[in-house]
Design a protein around this ligand. Structure first.
Ligand SMILES: Nc1ncnc2c1ncn2[C@@H]1O[C@H](COP(=O)(O)OP(=O)(O)O)[C@@H](O)[C@H]1O
Ligand SMILES: [Mg+2]
Length: 252
């Protein structure tokens, strides 16, 4: 009896811990002799509250992988579980809820609406996903406070530094209470100091708020600030020990 209880408990806690499962995911483009197999059977998981970095040579399929996880593109085969969502090969119009409720996005070039204030940028995106205006405003204010922009809410992107603009994008991504944030080279347009601040913010969001983040980066130092590092190469992911490869002792 005791044994059964322990097993049940273990199963339950495992289920709570793993936020994202990707199982045998394959994706290629084109046909015939022009066919390019990009993802050749990706297996990975991201736990709740975990910051995972994804590295790999240019053109190896990092964005393709994120796009499939984010419900913007369908895989050829394989399976993805994100919370209660199950997809992977479903076409993007069948996974609307993954985009609306499952994942938040952060891009290299921020993707903010230039004419809207920081606050309205976040509200706008919440409204698009169906949140009523008054609730959207409360949630947007709290997300902007969370990323340290409480005193910049009424500034438009042009009046903010690159790092601050990316913080608005982070606020937008977390305001929808999404469990997984996908960040595709989020620091690619930032100076070293702002980039480090964004990664520190990611660390806080994971550790304190239990958000999971899968982040693509080219920078080994930034990658090494994640809880775990993955390398995508020749269509497969493997654990990467970039810390020892680069002689990095400890980065915080
Ligand atoms: N829609 C598409 N049609 C054809 N080829 C594509 C498409 N999207 C990506 N690719 C190809 O797939 C490979 C991986 O691209 P991508 O995922 O953008 O790489 P990364 O983000 O790692 O730089 C590249 O060779 C790219 O040209
Ligand atoms: Mg890319």
């Amino acid at each position: 009896m005791l044994f059964i209880n322990r097993q049940t408990l273990k199963k339950k806690s495992n289920r709570l811990l793993v936020m994202l499962y990707v199982d045998g995911l394959k994706k290629g483009f084109g046909s015939g002799r022009r066919r390019l197999e990009v993802l050749k059977g990706i297996n990975l998981k991201v736990e709740k509250g975990e910051l995972v970095s994804l590295m790999g040579p240019s053109g190896c399929g990092k964005s393709t992988l994120l796009n499939i996880i984010g419900g913007l593109l369908e895989g050829d085969s394989g399976k993805i579980n994100l919370g209660s969502f199950e997809y992977g090969t479903k076409s993007p119009n069948k996974v609307v809820d993954v985009r609306r409720k499952g994942v938040g996005w952060i891009f290299q070039d921020f993707h903010l609406v230039e004419r809207l204030t920081a606050l309205d940028n976040v509200i706008f995106s919440l409204e698009l996903s169906g949140v009523p205006t008054s609730e959207a405003e409360t949630r947007a204010r709290s997300a902007l406070e969370r990323v340290g922009l409480g005193d910049r809410m009424n500034f438009i992107p042009d009046q903010l530094s690159g790092g601050q603009q990316q913080r608005v994008a982070v606020a937008r991504a977390i305001s929808g209470s999404r469990s997984l944030i996908l960040a595709d080279e989020p620091t690619g347009n930032l100076d070293v100091k702002s980039a480090k601040e964004i990664i520190h913010l990611f660390q806080d969001l994971c550790r304190e708020d239990g958000i999971s983040i899968l982040m693509v980066t080219h920078d080994p130092l930034q990658a090494s600030m994640a809880d775990r590092m993955l390398l995508l190469k020749d269509g497969l992911t493997a654990a990467s020990d970039i810390r020892s490869a680069w002689g990095i002792e400890e980065v915080n």
